[in-house]
Design a protein around this ligand. Sequence first.
Ligand SMILES: Cc1cc2nc3c(=O)[nH]c(=O)nc-3n(C[C@H](O)[C@H](O)[C@H](O)COP(=O)(O)O)c2cc1C
Length: 130
Amino acid sequence: MLNEEMMEVIEKERAYVATATPDGVPNVVPIGFIKPLDNKTVLIADSYMVKSRANLEKNPKVSFVVQDVARHPYQFKGTVEIFKDGEHFDAVVEWVKEVNPLAPKPKAAIVITITEIYSVKVGDKGKKIA
Ligand SMILES: Cc1cc2nc3c(=O)[nH]c(=O)nc-3n(C[C@H](O)[C@H](O)[C@H](O)COP(=O)(O)O)c2cc1C
């Protein structure tokens, strides 16, 4: 699903993550703590989400692009699971602490299973990549 370039850029860059209410009101937020776990799953630290989290509790679908979308023109889509304890939760707590010991403890780990990847390159007509 995710190739090496995609995994590298998701690890390095901020992403813009869109969610939606069950009746389709969109919400997009910047997310810094986002990284791939493997070529099918991506981890987000939920430290500050409010509307995004409420949306995901009811409608577990996300779409995101990375900051430098001109160089990495991919639109990722997936389905999330929210973990408030356990292995994924412990991993985000450790990760955030390592990067910034003063940052608040995350409220949850959000694990995205990537289901589809599209090109957003100009002229590609949004073609499906995977
Ligand atoms: C540069 C930047 C990076 C951010 N990174 C994260 C993050 O890693 N995790 C998080 O929960 N919120 C992060 N936020 C906060 C969210 O973008 C947003 O403010 C929060 O989800 C509340 O918005 P919402 O109610 O629409 O969810 C970040 C904000 C900025 C400006």
